[in-house]
Every structure is written in C-alpha cells, then in structure tokens.
Design a protein around this ligand. Sequence first.
Ligand SMILES: Nc1ncnc2c1ncn2[C@@H]1O[C@H](COP(=O)(O)OP(=O)(O)O)[C@@H](O)[C@H]1O
Ligand SMILES: C[C@@](O)(CCOP(=O)(O)OP(=O)(O)O)CC(=O)O
Length: 512
Amino acid sequence: MSRRTVISSPGKVLLAGGYLVLDRRFSGLVVATSSRFYSCVSALPPSNSNGRTATISVRAGQFPSSASTWIYKISLSGSELVLEQDNEVDAGKNKFIAIALIKTLELAHEKIREDYSVHDGARAGEELLRRVKSGESGGGLNVIVLADNDFYSQREQLAAMSLPPRLSSLSSLTPFTPLPRPIPQTNKTGLGSSAALVTSLVASLLSHLSIISLPTPDTPVSNPTYSSDLQLVHSLAQYAHCLAQGKVGSGFDVSSAVFGTHLYRRFSPSVLTPLMIRPLSSSIHLTSSATLLPALDPDKWDGSTTSFRLPRGLRLILADVDAGTDTPSFVGKVLEWKKRDPEKAKDLWEGLDKANMQLEELLSNLVAKEAEEDYEETLRWVSTRRFEGHAGSEAAKLLIEIRATLFVIREYLREMSELSGVPIEPPEQTRLLDASSDIPGVLGGGVPGAGGYDAIFLLTVDTPAVISAVDDLWSTWTEMSVCPLMAKQSDGGLKVERVENVKGLEEALARK
Ligand SMILES: Nc1ncnc2c1ncn2[C@@H]1O[C@H](COP(=O)(O)OP(=O)(O)O)[C@@H](O)[C@H]1O
Ligand SMILES: C[C@@](O)(CCOP(=O)(O)OP(=O)(O)O)CC(=O)O
C-alpha cells in the first residue's frame, strides 16, 4: 500500500473564560477531549491527465459520499498555481476545506522556495505539484476525514437501535458511525468540528508533502524537536480557520486542537489583520515574494499556552442538550452590552476572571497533591458523601474550594446573562446543573464556551458509581433532552496516528 499519513486533533471544551478569552488581558481554561478528528492522506491512483495538473479529493468518511466528497483540481499555468473545485454542483462548497487546501499549498510553496533554495518560484511550483502527485505520474492526493461519534449528535442513531441516550449505549455505536444526512443538516455537539478538521487537515497535508516533520506515532508530539513545526501548523490553522469563519475569534479551539489542554491567552488580532484583508483568491502567484511565512512566523505570534491539566481521579463529563432552542451567536450581543455599560462590565469581567484563575490554581494545586498518600482516599470520601462536613486533608479542602469556585463562576455567568439579555446560563440549564451538582461525587459544572442551551459539562470524581448516577439523572431528565458524550478530558493535542491503534478506523477508511 502507498504511504499513508494519519493525523488527529482533539475536540475542546472551554471550561472557563468564555467571552473573556476574546480579550488578551484574560485567559481561558481549555480542555482537550479524548474524542478526536482524523485526517488521512494517501496517493490517488495514477491518472492520464497532463503533467501540469493534479487532483486533491477530500471525503468526509461518515457522511453520504457524493454530497460529502469535495474534489479539487490543481493546475500550473504560467506563473500561477490554481485550485478549482470540480464538483461544486454535486457537493456544494466546503469553505473550511477549500481554504485550508489553498493556504496549505501556498505555505508549502513558500517553504519549498525557502528551505530548498529553489528561489525560482515557478520551479518551486513544479516541485510542489510533483509532491502532490507523489512523483511524475501520480494522480494527486486522496484525503479522508473522520470525526469520532461525539462530534455529532447520535440521538437518531441510538433511537434507531432502540437504545436510550445513555453513556452505556454510546459504546454500542460503531466507531465513526455513518450518518444519514450531509454535514449542514447534521447537529453538532460543540466539540469544535471545524477547528479540529482544519488543524488535522493542514497538519496531515504539510506532513505528507514533507514540508514539516512530525514524530513517528510513538514519540510525543510535544517533544521540543518538533516545536517549530507545531507552531507553524498552529498559525496556519488559525489563519485558515479565521478566513473560513470570516472573522478572527479568540482561537482557543485551534490552539487546543494543536497543543491539547492548557491555559490559553489569545494572540493579538493584528497578527492576522494584514493577511485577512487580502482578497481571498484560489490561485497562488508563484513568482511574487513570500507573504505567508513572514506573517506566520512564531515570533510574531504573541499568544501563550501555559501547561495545565485536570487532576488524576477527576473526570470531565459532557452532555449535548437538545432544548429545541436554536442558540444564535451570542458574542456580538455580549460585546454590545459591554460597550453600553462599560463600568459594570469591567467589574463583572474582572471578578469572573479572578474566579476562573482561582479554579485553575486550585486544580493545579490538587495536581500537586496527587502523589500524597491520602489522595485516593480523599476522592473516595468525596464520592460517597456530600460535601458538607469537615475537610479531612489538604486535598479535601481543595476539592471543596473547587466546588465553591465552580458555583461562583456560574453566578457571574448568570449575572452576565441578566445584564446582557443573552441566555448564557438560562434557567433551564441552571436547574439541570443544580440537580447534577447535587449528586455525591459531582464537584460542579457549567455551560462551556459561549454557553446557551446546547451543552453542559460536569467535573466529577471518576468512579463508576458517580458516573452512573449522573447517567441516571440525565436519562430521566424531562425538561430538556440530555445526551451524554463519550469524551473524557485528555491532555494531548495533535497526534500522528497508527491506523491499527485507533478502533474502527481501518474499517471506516475502507467504507465507501
Ligand atoms: N466531518 C467533516 N468533514 C468535512 N467538513 C466538516 C466536518 N465537520 C465539520 N465540517 C466543516 O465545519 C463546518 C462547521 O463549522 P462550525 O459551524 O464553525 O462548527 P463547529 O463549532 O463545530 O466548528 C461545516 O460547515 C463544514 O464545513
Ligand atoms: C464566546 C467565546 O469566548 C467562546 C465560544 O466558545 P464555544 O465553545 O461556544 O465555541 P464554538 O465552537 O464557536 O461554538 C468566543 C471565542 O472565544 O472565540
């Protein structure tokens, strides 16, 4: 079989720092999930097209094939390399894919020019085309992207198998379960499908074309040897994602897709502004001077990722909530309120930030206690009793404070909801979170990211009894339909995969 490059990126949950993280003065706690998005690149069979064209086909493997395969033709003509979609009538556009492709090719071209001293831009274009074709006669690249089931609502698939929307049911689903409708008609769960798609796609292409070198599957990507290539993947993915979204968001989703769980401080939007104002083009001028590499230079990126993880023995549980309410984008409205009432907003954001940073500090302090003798016992204590009573140890005190801080954060978010008129933690979610937080062993929870009706997270002690108590409550909740996700927290970011190590991946790649 021909060479195959498979790279995955995790999904994300913004545990704390929604809205605030848009402002560089504040940070957000972003936790990567065990559920991942996979991008697999291999060669297309040789074609008898002329030597100056190639094809890149990208297929979303779990969706109906003809509506979810985007086929692009690359052609070299004079001093231009042009990317055109061949099947727009059948598949429509996929902005995230088209933009990720053209920007990856543009960067690859600049890198070939720089690294291989092929100063002649046209010759570098030929070298790029040769790599896309995997030699002189190859047809191009075949990319299959697949997301773990958690990225999309599985309610219908469970119902079709007569299974209730419970944690225990989710493991009965085939990995990468085929979904009946094209992507725009499929409900997402909020793990950040577009960021994980763009990140894994960009990384797998750059790696397959030998523009960057990522480690072999068993070496951690966090190894410093790979740091500059990872930074490049990060800035390119941020850029492509912003272009496709049509705006520069905070970027925590792309950052966690690359670096995994961390404390995130955003980059200045001005880093990307010069690139964002260029008219979007589907062709690359091969002889113009390089513009992407200088702008994507890690030295220009002033964001930061500070290492952080959830303590051992705790678990993040997520649920996809279907309240029958469409959550529109809240960001604009919250920012409008902030402008209207700057004094109040400033106080609130500073108070909320203090609580968010306290949560980070408490969790990190608990991580520091993991090796202590009574750590496990304390977790057991918390999972069998309620939180009232005495704190027996330092770890117990921390757990109690973590719980209190989660409640404080929610209070601030509810105040922000009231003042801004945006349902960040609407009353329906308050009732669900309060009832969930009342289960022994549940430290607390909240609405992730921008909030709304769509999702909640809980932080619990990780024992089967606690998890099944949560599962019981959610499956009998009547006010809204609550469906748990399989995902747990996971520290890792971008990962080079061995197909045989990912359950069901080989089978999913083989499906048509
Ligand atoms: N499995 C997939 N394959 C191809 N494209 C996908 C896939 N999942 C998501 N996308 C792209 O991402 C877009 C959704 O992005 P967005 O609305 O920002 O959601 P999210 O918050 O999940 O990132 C889709 O319209 C599609 O272009
Ligand atoms: C408001 C925000 O700070 C957080 C939004 O977080 P979500 O996790 O809700 O994100 P989506 O994937 O876009 O739905 C905006 C931002 O940081 O860009």
